[in-house]
Ligand binder design. Structure first.
Ligand SMILES: O=C(O)CCC(=O)C(=O)O
Ligand SMILES: [Fe+3]
Length: 703
């Protein structure tokens, strides 16, 4: 109700959202509540409509298929096209009655970010507080907190709402619960298990499996009805069949991606790997402990569909079967029908997708670890194997010239982010443990961060107007995440822009962690946004570098080819990454050299969204050529595997805004105080914050 426009059709929900946010900043609380609620309900209505149309059209055109069965040998290609047309017509008719054309368009990724992090509810809790509707404020605060559990300010707000008259425990409902129910059940299952209540654990794990399957279907249905983005490389010279294949592959890839989406908790970036088989693992143990051997056998048989040769599963099956002595019927229990349908569907989809990867240049990131080898075409496996062998060869070769990287990392792991491609690998970069990715940032993200750097520099930062520590011909400005957040708190920067600076660092960490196959956790050691600008009039006949050749974690002695792991080098840095933001300057190329610090082995030209990664040790000496015109900005990141060397400043920044960073922080003790909520003060510093607890705050300033 209330989510339709005058025509009775769903309007675009991003427009409604931004209208609400604008009203919020003019303190028009009534309007702000109305529009933000409207955008939430419209988005939900759109999702439901898509689901409904998916279901309504799931058999459209099927009579053609059955006719095809009867009339063999006819032009079945026409029948196939007819079938597609029937579905298309059904969906168009179904959607067209419910959604305006603009409402069907894919909305920007910005708005999806807002909803993904549940930021709408952060606005709402404050709005309802201002409107003296504490029960609604409590629900909004709780909903936000579920996806942002380390948001300390929201936790305080919740405590304050709890003490308000009229607010009872049932006010704290998770308004987005419907699509995340499997997490609730999951947590309940884990709890039952940890208190050894096996009967309950069985019940909960079964619910969890069913709920996960249900949410997966829900997610997949959206793929069929929402418009698919064509893979970017699809070029106009391709024929009709190739285009159709590209489209059908992206539809399948969208469905497969649901595995990762459903196994990612709200507010998180990484998914639980092997989510379904992992649940079955828990389930059979609970069944066994609860004495349901027949159930345990069935679960193991389901599990074997994922991992048919898993020794542990096979020996458990043996054990359970023996315990069921004589009960041949129970021993012969097959896998659950749902799981077996799930597996055959997944296998069929993966087969098509891998065919596309092998023959049609399609890019597909398989979300599953269990995918059997024989689904992957021999030629692909062959090229993976060759890569591995090459790597081993290289390592051996490297040994000869003493260029072996003993860092424990080795390049070539998967690239876990959609849209990111490897532009240069070890071979192209002529070295060991080096990589260049493209597509890490969109142009608008680069623009936002460039703008952030400009404003930060103009309001005066530690580096303002400073000459570069590396050359007198350039200016050098640096900005850390914490400083950006503080500037945002003081109203100098947009908070969402400062958050973006934080978020893209996390993106880089995920890529680097995965690609360099780090077996331990990877922590931020230091991150800053650095701009180097040519000082006009000081460029004539320059022979120096913007950044002299160096190694990041040791002191290079080119004469002896030694690298000393000692201060002032940052010896605990393990992996280095630089995420570039622009290319409108002259010079400023990153280059790698041999240990002599002279022989250039590879060059990288910065551009928006390009990420260079390499191990920080002696195999990777590098420098930057002079920036002779314009301004070159990049986010420089260093990572460490040693937890105690992690960047505490970044954590302070995260705590300050309640951003969910890496799960290493210890929650701070909080002191209680009198609950008299008011709108968030703008200039709270993180230190005064712990004393200033009496306010209900949004932790945000602007969109
Ligand atoms: O900005 C770059 O491309 C490299 C910077 C660098 O190597 C460093 O800061 O250690
Ligand atoms: Fe460096």
């Amino acid at each position: 109700a209330g989510s339709t426009s005058l025509s009775g059709l769903l309007p675009p929900y991003d427009e409604l959202y931004y209208r609400g946010v604008r009203a919020y900043f003019t303190k028009d609380w009534e309007k702000a509540a109305e529009y933000i609620e409207l955008s939430i309900s419209t988005r939900e209505a759109l999702r439901k409509t898509r689901r409904k149309c998916h279901d309504a059209c799931s058999t459209a055109g099927d009579e053609i298929v059955s006719r095809l069965d009867r009339e063999k040998g006819t032009s079945w290609d026409l029948w196939a096209l007819d079938w597609i047309q029937q579905r298309a017509e059904c969906i168009r008719f179904c959607l067209g009655r419910a959604v305006t054309p603009a409402g069907q368009l894919p909305v920007s990724s910005d708005i999806e970010y807002e909803f993904g992090t549940r930021n709408a509810y952060n606005f709402l809790q404050l709005i309802y507080y201002e409107l003296s509707k504490p029960r609604k404020a409590a629900a909004a605060a709780h909903t936000f907190f579920m996806a942002n559990p380390s948001h300390l300010e929201m936790r305080n707000n919740i405590e304050k709402y709890r003490r308000m008259p009229g607010v009872t425990e049932d006010a704290f409902e998770d308004r987005e619960r419907e699509l995340e129910k499997h997490w609730e059940v999951y947590d309940a299952a884990v709890t039952a298990e940890s208190s050894s209540d096996w009967a309950l654990a069985v019940k909960r794990w079964k619910e969890c499996v069913n709920e996960t399957l249900k949410q997966t279907d829900e997610c997949r249905a959206q793929c069929v009805v929402a418009s698919q983005r064509l893979p970017e490389e699809t070029d106009s010279t391709e024929g009709a069949y190739e285009k159709a294949a590209a489209l059908s592959l992206s539809l399948l890839a969208c469905k497969q991606a649901c595995v990762a989406l459903v196994s990612t908790r709200p507010g998180r970036i990484s998914s639980h790997e092997d989510f379904l088989p992992m649940q079955l693992e828990h389930l059979h143990i609970a069944q066994y402990k609860a004495g349901d051997l027949k159930g345990a056998v069935q679960t193991l048989r389901s599990l074997l569909l994922f991992y048919p040769k898993d020794n542990e599963t096979l020996s458990n099956l043996q054990l359970y079967s023996e315990s069921l002595e004589g009960d041949t019927e129970a021993q012969a229990t097959g896998p659950s029908q749902e799981i077996s349908n799930y597996i055959s569907r997944a296998l069929a989809e993966k087969k098509l997708l891998y065919f596309g990867v092998e023959n049609l240049d399609f890019k597909f990131f398989d979300p599953d670890l269990w995918t059997p080898e024989d689904i992957v075409p021999e030629s692909l496996r062959e090229s993976w194997r060759a890569e591995r062998e090459q790597l081993i060869e290289k390592l051996k070769e490297g040994e000869k010239v003493l260029e072996v990287d003993d860092s424990g990392f080795y390049a070539g792991g998967p690239v876990p982010l959609v849209g990111v491609t490897i532009t240069m690998d070890d071979e192209a970069l002529n070295g060991t443990n080096r990589v260049v990715f493209d597509g890490v940032l969109s142009q608008s993200e680069c623009d936002t961060v460039m703008q952030l750097a400009r404003i930060a520099a103009s309001v005066g930062d530690g580096y303002k107007g400073r000459r570069s520590p590396h050359t007198p011909h350039e200016k050098f400005e640096g900005l850390t995440v914490l400083r950006a957040f503080k500037l945002a708190q003081d109203g100098m920067l947009n908070q969402s822009d400062a958050k973006l600076l934080h978020e893209i660092g996390e993106r880089a960490r995920i890529l680097i962690h995965s690609y360099f196959r780090s077996h331990s956790a990877l922590y931020f050691s230091y991150t800053h946004l650095v701009c180097r600008s040519a000082i006009p009039g000081h460029q004539e006949g320059r022979l120096d570098l913007s950044h002299p050749v160096h190694v990041d974690n040791c002191i290079l002695e080119p004469e002896t080819r030694q690298c000393w792991r000692e201060a002032p080098a940052f010896t605990h840095r393990d992996l280095s990454a630089i995420l570039y933001l622009n290319d409108d300057f002259e010079g400023g190329e990153l280059f790698f050299t041999d240990r002599d610090a002279k022989t250039i082995t590879a060059r990288v030209k910065p551009s928006c969204g390009r990420l260079v990664g390499f191990t920080s040790g002696p195999v990777n000496p590098h420098g930057v050529t002079a920036v002779t015109a314009g301004r070159r900005c990049a986010l420089a990141l260093w990572f460490t595997t040693e937890k105690h060397h992690r960047d505490m400043e970044r954590q302070e920044a995260e705590a300050m805004l309640g951003i969910d960073g890496q799960k290493v922080k210890e929650e701070k003790e909080e002191s209680d105080s009198n609950p008299t909520p008011a709108r968030s003060g703008r200039s709270q510093s993180s230190k005064s914050r712990s004393k200033e607890r009496e306010r209900v705050s949004s932790g945000r300033d602007e969109l």
